[in-house]
Design a protein around this ligand. Structure first.
Ligand code: GLC
Ligand code: GLC
Length: 633
């Protein structure tokens, strides 16, 4: 389209919006400013995605109208946050950021219970709270809420949408951003769209990937990976009327068809509805899978990025402070592709997660060190969310090419890690459970709480040191550290899932225990492992917030010359914090020569004591050091 035509399209869209959205003077001025700045990008993306369809401009106009209506209905408080965050768009890079994640029912009973735990969240220092999926979902099988039947209804066992809104506002006033999932790759089979599709309604059948026979499913499955082979083979499940529907995950989670622009618009509407409940950050679930194309793996396709960018552009028009966190648990090259200010500003860091576990098992830091050196630094204005473990399984998502450079065979090594973590390897301290063991491919992932995987049942004192060590990494590499609540008091595996309706076939429930009340009660008693861990972590958390070098994600590698000891530097203005972490079960030394690039005296940030570097540094088993040093001039 030439410039003149483009101008007339812009004018047309603007006119429709102005008259139909019924904006008054100041609101229109405001919205119009946003429109000028952000509409061209949305237009560009929408044309790339849908430009070959006759109705694309009409769909785009309806979408823009939606953004205007949604924008005006934001509360004055929400608009204030929008303004604040537009002034300071990288607020989440602060060293004061700390995330926590929990299930509403398991951790606190219901939303009111979550509210009552705010004093504890403050005690811990949270600034970010991710409540696991809390929307209406099928019972008892809902994949932990990841099968959504309505984005506008809270699961009645947990509370109401009004309570969620109040909670968001209350958390906000305590300096905590509320994070919820945007589960937009699929809906549950009980969502109204899915029900209509199942009844044969052609309009809603086009919301999903539904085919009359096996021809297309077979063609797609020839290239697609099986995600939950325990549930069903391949990517499709059969409907009662004989048709086949795409279900990447469980048979009751039906993939939405984003090649239909109406699906995009409909989901943008659900997203903005959530934004206007006061949600600060959306965890963009299963981003890798959102676009399908015959003859490809249907993962991480270029259009998946365009879709996310288009959702992001919608936010810039209608909910400017809303941020996205990408959940891409895929090859590290592909994880990185989702991270950009115009796409997902935040991303889980599954590589660091997996390699912390790798170093724990092998006592060797080579892979982790290599990953920090080449895969950690991110574009300006974006950040990692670093975590030790999540509600999901641990998958070994390191790059085989990276491993090969270190002489490690990825396939064999994953087998070792799996056997180590399910305690089939002699000398293992771990009490994990296999997840989605796939004999066809040899693939398997690991379930277990941090404490149980790190040896709590068998050697609590060493386990506490390992838990501290793991957290010392996520607190210091750069990014928002995210704690799975309960791990800070060493919660152990919960095998009761085997008898819980809807959970019995999914070992991930072993690491989603209920609120560990006894462990929390022991947190003030330093004679218990829980107390030792909690007080130790609290010290680290307060050191972190007082250490400006820990802001942002910038990291400089540091080779310790010792394969058991991880090293990296976090640069400040005139100093650096040198981090050393010993994964071995015996003490290790870093030579004076290795440290000769620094001034000979540093400060241990945790103890406040001076440390002389001239004689080298000794690290106790499973210990770490956060050392502020000056560079020699
Ligand atoms: C994400 C969730 C996981 C869920 C899947 C399907 O990966 O983290 O728990 O099973 O999406 O929604
Ligand atoms: C994610 C991942 C998959 C993971 C699953 C949840 O989206 O791609 O590997 O195991 O969903 O467990």
């Amino acid at each position: 389209m030439d410039d003149q035509n483009l101008d007339s399209v812009f004018t047309r869209v603007r006119d429709v919006v102005r008259s139909d959205a019924d904006l008054d003077g100041p609101s229109w001025v405001d919205y119009n400013r946003r429109f000028d700045t952000h509409f061209p990008e949305l237009y560009r993306l929408f044309e790339l995605l849908y430009g070959d369809r006759d109705d694309w401009l009409d769909q785009l106009t309806r979408l823009v109208l939606l953004t205007a209506r949604s924008w005006v209905s934001r509360t004055p408080e929400q608009k204030l946050i929008d303004e604040e965050q537009e002034r300071e768009p990288t607020w989440f890079l602060s060293e004061e950021m700390l995330g926590g994640v929990c299930y509403v029912d398991r951790y606190a009973g219901n939303l009111d219970g979550v509210r009552k735990r705010i004093p504890y969240f403050k005690e811990l220092g949270l600034t970010y709270l991710h409540l696991m999926p809390l929307f209406l979902a099928p019972e008892p099988h809902s994949d932990g809420g990841y099968a959504v039947s309505s984005y506008r209804e809270v699961n009645p066992d947990l509370g109401t949408m009004a309570e969620l809104r109040e909670l968001a506002a209350e958390l906000r006033s305590e300096g905590i951003s509320l994070v919820v999932d945007f589960i937009f790759n699929h809906t549950s089979n009980e969502h109204i769209w899915a029900r209509k599709a199942a009844q044969g309604d052609p309009h809603y059948s086009n919301y999903y990937w539904i085919f009359p026979d096996r021809t297309m499913p077979d063609a797609f499955e020839a290239h697609a990976r099986e995600i939950f082979p325990d549930d069903h083979p391949g990517s499709f499940v059969q409907l009662e009327d004989g048709r086949w529907v795409w279900a990447t995950f469980h048979s009751y989670q039906w993939d939405l068809n984003y090649s239909n622009p109406e699906v995009f618009r409909a989901m943008a509407e659900e997203m903005l509805f959530l934004a206007n409940q006061g949600i600060g950050i959306l965890r963009m679930d299963a981003v890798a899978f959102i676009w399908k194309e015959l003859g490809t793996s249907c993962e991480n396709l270029p259009q998946a990025h365009l879709l996310l960018q288009a959702f992001n552009a919608v936010c810039r028009l209608a909910a400017p402070s809303l941020l996205f966190k990408s959940e891409a648990i895929v090859h590290p090259d592909q994880v990185a592709e989702y991270i950009a200010p115009g796409e997902c500003q935040l991303s889980y860091n599954p590589l660091q997660m997996a390699l912390i576990w790798n170093s724990m098992a092998t006592r060797d830091v080579s892979l982790l060190s290599q990953a920090l050196e080449r895969r950690h630094n991110l574009p300006e204005g974006t950040s990692w969310v670093n975590y030790v473990r999540s509600h999901d399984d641990i998958g070994w998502t390191f790059a085989d090419e990276d491993a090969a450079e270190l002489g490690i065979n990825g396939f064999e090594h994953r087998r070792f890690l799996n056997s180590f973590y399910v305690n089939r390897f002699a000398g293992s301290f771990a009490h994990g459970v296999p997840f989605q063991d796939n004999p066809k491919t040899g693939d398997c992932r690991i379930s277990g709480t941090t404490a149980s995987l790190l040896g709590m049942e068998q050697e609590p004192a060493a386990a506490v040191e390992r838990i501290m060590l793991a957290h010392s990494i996520i607190l210091s590499t750069g990014g928002v550290p995210l704690i799975y609540l309960g791990d800070e008091v060493a919660q152990e595996n919960d095998y009761a899932y085997a008898g819980e309706a809807g959970h019995e076939a999914d070992s991930r429930w072993v690491h989603r225990p209920r609120y560990p009340a006894e462990s929390y009660a022991r947190r003030a008693d330093s004679t218990t492992p829980q107390g030792t861990l909690y007080s130790g972590l609290k010290v680290l958390l307060s050191v972190r917030t007082a250490t400006p070098e820990f802001a942002g994600t910038h990291l400089i590698d540091f080779f310790t010359g010792n394969r058991h000891v991880l090293g990296y530097q976090r640069p400040g203005d005139t100093t650096v914090v040198l981090v050393l972490a010993n994964f071995a079960d015996d003490s290790q030394t870093i030579s004076a020569e290795t440290l000769s690039g620094f001034n000979p005296t540093g400060v241990n940030l945790v103890t406040g004591k001076r440390v002389g570097l001239e004689v080298g540094i000794q690290l106790a088993p499973r210990s770490f050091l956060w050392l502020r040093v000056a560079l020699t001039s």
